[in-house]
Design a binder for this molecule. Structure first.
Ligand code: GSH
Length: 207
């Protein structure tokens, strides 16, 4: 069964999906198609719009249709796995994992919006208070996740919660969006162990 993933090695949402594929032993089923996505370049030279009308990556072409966004793709991959799962099937573990995914995706949303503002928007239109508002969301989410850091796993019991948090922290470092370690030392401690996982090492974005 061919699964075609619209991919960029620098997208943190794509990274989340690819980590999941590695963790579930499904990576070999993916065919990666390099695809650039931008909120302002709508010329669609790479044909992304026909897969995802929102013109965002990741997008996964499956026998069940074109799927997006990353939480839906993660759910699809999880459904293909006969063994291990990254989304707990029921109970409070499930809701915690899904909320952590949403929280870390929210960190990424704010990080991307602040980057688009700082690097994409013409200089004369940039709005510092707006960027500060996004950075504040990142800060508040990190402070909250710091309170859960001691319960985060690093072994094969990791869920989509841990995977998304690690992808978000990796992106904050990669794009130098926010100096998060001083306000989240326990998270930093967890991250330094988590990042040794093979799935994380195999998905480090190129500088
Ligand atoms: N909620 C989406 C966000 C995906 C997203 O924003 N991806 C970025 C690349 S890192 C993108 O495609 N940006 C283009 C745009 O905003 O139009 C997901 O979880 O998949």
């Amino acid at each position: 069964m061919a699964l075609t993933l619209r991919f960029s090695a620098t997208s943190p949402y794509v990274r989340k999906v690819v980590i999941v594929a590695h963790e579930l032993d499904l990576f070999d089923k993916l065919e990666l198609v390099n695809t650039a996505a931008s909120p302002v370049d709508l010329k669609d030279t790479n044909g992304l719009v026909k897969d995802n009308p929102l013109s965002k990556i990741p997008s996964l072409n499956t026998p069940d249709g074109h799927l997006y966004d990353s939480p839906v793709i993660v759910e699809y991959l999880d459904s293909l796995s006969n063994g291990r799962k990254v989304i707990p099937v029921s109970g409070s573990a499930r809701w915690k994992a899904l909320r952590q995914q949403a929280e870390a995706d929210g960190i990424l949303d704010a990080a991307l919006l602040s980057r688009y503002e700082n690097f994409l928007r013409p200089e004369q239109y940039r709005w510092t208070e707006w960027v500060d508002g996004q950075l504040n969301k990142i800060k508040n989410a990190l402070i909250h996740l710091e309170s859960e850091a001691e319960q985060l796993a690093v072994d094969s019991t990791i869920t989509i919660g841990e995977i998304t948090i690690a992808s978000a922290l990796g992106y904050l470092d990669f794009r130098d969006v926010y100096n998060w370690r001083p306000i989240a030392p326990k998270l930093a401690n967890w991250y330094s162990t988590f990042s040794a996982r093979e799935s994380f090492q195999k998905t480090i974005p190129p500088k």
